[in-house]
Design a protein around this ligand. Structure first.
Ligand code: PLP
Length: 267
């Protein structure tokens, strides 16, 4: 009989029936990186590689039930938060995190699917910023999300840095603004934290249409590396390399008619 404890990670996120993003991408990432994944589902999306056709938000009480069941038993070493559908769900997550302090939390403040559908009710965004961000280790907005959260235009590296400083005022420990949508050859993610550290992570662009679930995978990989004991800085760097390799591994694989997924297991 062994008492080895497998590093575990909880994802609080939406289900993507097409398997490329959301909970499905998160659990694949955890498994590929050697972590035990648990999940609390916030929404069911009817979705494929071409887009989202409908969304059902899970009632806040059922969401709480899932989170507390996991936290009370298989205590995770890190938590990833993805799609949150409404204000009641955000309040449930806040209340659960307050009951279990000290676990690193990475939140991907998901707002819209690439195909354009809203994944969060717009009225819930202030609650996410004001109630949830003060409790988290890292937020990972893309350019559009950074622009909404900082109330600034964010289209280049300097603006990414300025927006990150603005978002730090919410009380989160760190911000990673993702430059995947920059119109540059080399991609740049900008990190800033409350201790005054600013760091840029560069990578070359992988030419592929198979990018569905990239943001979900990055935030999950950061959480997984934190669970494995990496410092935040190194967790971000290693997660970026993992995403890059998963994009390369899935580059020529045809899944569905639209934007296909990454390949997590050959990364
Ligand atoms: N569906 C769910 C459930 C998600 O959580 C996300 C992103 O976080 C998406 C869809 C969007 O993925 P993408 O923008 O890669 O299409």
């Amino acid at each position: 009989m062994s008492d080895y404890v497998y590093p575990s990670v909880l994802t609080i996120a939406g289900s993507d029936s097409g398997g490329g993003a959301g909970i499905q991408a998160d659990l694949k990432t955890f498994a590929a990186l050697g972590c035990y994944g648990t999940s609390a589902i916030t929404a069911l999306t009817a979705q494929n590689t071409q887009g989202v056709s409908s969304i059902y938000g899970i009632p806040a009480g059922i969401l709480s039930g899932q989170i507390l069941a996991v936290l009370g038993d298989i205590r995770p070493s890190a938590i990833k938060i993805g799609m949150l559908y409404n204000k009641e769900q955000i309040e449930s997550v806040v209340s659960a995190l307050i009951q279990y302090p000290g676990i690193p939390v990475v939140i991907d403040p998901v707002m819209k699917a690439t195909a354009g559908q809203n994944l969060i009710q717009e009225v819930a965004i202030p609650a996410m910023r004001d109630l949830l961000f003060p409790l988290v280790t890292l937020i990972t907005p893309n350019l559009d999300e950074a622009s909404i959260l900082s109330n600034m235009t964010v289209t280049n590296e300097q603006q990414m840095q300025d927006a990150a400083q603005e978002m730090l005022k919410t009380g989160c420990y760190g911000v990673l603004v993702k430059g995947g949508h920059l119109k540059t050859e080399t991609l740049c993610n900008v990190y800033a934290d409350g201790a005054g550290l600013i760091r840029k992570y560069f990578s070359s662009r992988v030419e592929t249409a198979n990018t569905h679930g990239t943001g979900c995978t990055l935030s999950s990989a950061i959480a997984a590396y934190l669970a494995l004991g990496e410092q935040l800085d190194m967790a971000i760097e290693r997660a970026g390399i993992f995403v890059q390799n998963a994009l390369i591994a899935g580059k020529n694989v045809k899944t569905g008619k639209g934007k296909g997924p990454l390949n997590h297991f050959f990364a």
